[in-house]
Design a protein around this ligand. Structure first.
Ligand SMILES: Cc1cc2nc3c(=O)[nH]c(=O)nc-3n(C[C@H](O)[C@H](O)[C@H](O)COP(=O)(O)OP(=O)(O)OC[C@H]3O[C@@H](n4cnc5c(N)ncnc54)[C@H](O)[C@@H]3O)c2cc1C
Length: 483
């Protein structure tokens, strides 16, 4: 991988080497430096790097444009968990003959409330295991067993060696660095697409030096710019109740640039009214948990439960939180949950940092967050009765973590809903070609990753974005190369 930085003067040096220079396109003033390659990839996160490596494997020269000074995007801060039907690891986890790609497809469609594009779900689930094997082939190692996540009929969530998207990015980056076909330009946001005779043939990008660059891809352009967490205006345009004052939980450099650039050429956006808010489950367990809801309960400032903690963390759930005083929640659990999570040390660090609290009695626990102790005791006691009955007034069905009865007890600090995933995005066909308002292909333009809409529908199951990034990153590269 050639790693290029836009420094004053460098373009002149490189012009004629990896660059060729052209005159300015119509409308702009001043010289424009032209770069010619086979495939242009906008965005150097998970989908962009996977697409770059795959395209290179198919013989392409690839230029990756990344707007920030580092590769990785949201993938870098993700858990890196990856969903796939995987008979070998599922057998090793004691699950045999209970899963199939068809069941996986049904799970994704059903939890997405049938608002996903079935053709894309089919592609995701059928290619998830080959995608995982692709990651292994470039150095990403996975644990030998799988885990259950909310919405999945059976365990199929894979944790990589470090349970970290940062590890996945590091491995992809290392692999790409050794590949002379791939050139990465950081600090180089793409600002618009170049379309000639109806075909997208490149992008205009802004160099750190203030100069305009025209990057031409003879095969086409792949948009891999991620979601739009960082674009409050865009979020509020389609979903005015979402953002409030809470910052999204994601990389704020993902501002929907790919969507907007493509929309300017007439691309259709789908499911823009759908977003995913930060999951109760993610907050409910100690940091770095491994799936499930344990014996966690969620309470409001009055110490009362109000929601099924094992419900998918979709917008409706957050509407419930928005009805609570202050728009926030606390999560409560006992030592059993901590022991089961195997992450007591991480929780200790949270407690030392003042983000979580521990107490030997429920009364003391309530006092830590100024909640009424009688109400919290009643909430726990009602929950314990529900565990015994196997039935709950809020509709919770998962009681596998048992009663809350083993001190010490734990309570989180205030938890506010935060945007976690933008479910809307570009409409693409089964070759990841971007479609226009009439459903026609915009020639030369492809998309992969969170910039694509309608892959998950109304709810993205945990572990399905990293799989999606990998599957569609590869597919976009194959399609742009005519495979
Ligand atoms: C905290 C957190 C944890 C998560 N954990 C998981 C998990 O364990 N499993 C799972 O499946 N999903 C997880 N997700 C979701 C998942 O991380 C994302 O959906 C996924 O990483 C998106 O990948 P991407 O390649 O589409 O975008 P990104 O990885 O965000 O990459 C987009 C890149 O494009 C760049 N870019 C944007 N605009 C431009 C432009 N104009 N020009 C050039 N570059 C541009 C950005 O800077 C960025 O580097 C998590 C999300 C969060 C926030």
């Amino acid at each position: 991988m050639k790693h290029a930085f836009w420094l004053a003067g460098i373009a002149a040096v490189l012009c004629g080497l990896v660059f060729s220079c052209s005159s300015s396109p119509s409308g702009s003033t001043g010289p424009v430096t032209r770069i010619d390659t086979d495939v242009v990839i906008v965005g150097g996160g998970g989908a962009g790097l996977v697409a770059a490596i795959q395209a290179s494997k198919l013989g392409a020269r690839v230029v990756v444009l990344e707007k920030t000074d580092a590769l990785g995007g949201n993938t870098n801060i993700a858990g890196g968990n990856y969903a796939a039907v995987d008979p070998v690891r599922q057998r090793a986890s004691g699950i045999s003959d209970r899963d199939s790609v068809e069941l996986h497809i049904r799970d994704v469609l059903s939890i997405g409330q049938y608002q996903a594009n079935p053709a894309l779900v089919d592609i995701l689930c059928r290619n998830a295991l080959p995608g995982l094997e692709f990651l292994e082939s470039v150095g990403v190692e996975f644990e030998p067993t799988v885990y259950l996540v909310i919405g999945s009929s059976v365990p199929r969530s894979h944790h990589n060696k470090e349970s970290s998207g940062g590890y996945m990015i590091a491995q992809l980056k290392k692999y790409a660095e050794a590949d002379s076909n791939i050139t990465v330009y950081t600090n180089t946001p793409a600002v618009s697409l170049i379309q000639e005779n109806g075909r997208v043939s490149g992008v205009q990008a802004q160099g750190k030096d203030g100069k305009t660059y025209e990057v031409r891809g003879s095969r086409g352009v792949i948009l891999a710019t991620g979601g739009y967490y960082g674009n409050k205006e865009l979020i509020m345009k389609y979903n005015s109740n979402v953002h409030r004052e809470n910052p999204p939980y994601g990389v704020l450099d993902d501002t929907g640039d790919g969507l907007l650039m493509a929309e300017a050429l007439g691309a259709r956006l789908v499911n823009m009214n759908l977003v995913q808010m930060m999951g109760l489950s993610s907050y409910a367990l100690p940091p770095q948990h491994k799936g499930g809801t344990g014996n966690i309960i969620v309470i409001n400032q009055n110490g009362e439960r109000f929601v099924a903690e094992d419900a998918p963390h979709d917008f409706q759930t957050y509407e419930e939180i928005y009805k609570q005083p202050g728009d926030y929640i606390y999560t409560v659990f006992d030592q059993k949950a901590v022991t089961a999570s195997g992450n007591g040390a991480a929780l200790d660090a949270e407690i030392a940092g003042g983000r979580w609290f521990r107490a030997n009695t429920v009364q003391e626990l309530a006092a830590r967050v100024n909640a009424p102790p009688e109400a919290l005791s009643a909430a726990i006691s009602d929950f314990n009765s529900a565990v015994s009955a196997g039935r709950d007034q809020f509709g919770r069905t998962n009681f596998s973590g048992g009663r809350i009865d083993t001190p010490p007890y734990y309570i989180s600090g205030k938890i506010y809903p935060q945007l976690r995933y933008s479910l809307g995005g570009l409409d693409v066909n089964a070759k990841t070609q971007v479609l226009d308002l009439q459903g026609q292909v915009i020639p030369g333009l492809y998309a992969a990753g969170e910039v694509v809409g309608a892959i998950h529908g109304a709810y993205r199951m945990s572990s399905h974005a990293i799989a999606m990034v990998t599957v569609f990153g590869r597919l976009a590269a194959q399609s742009v190369m005519g495979q």
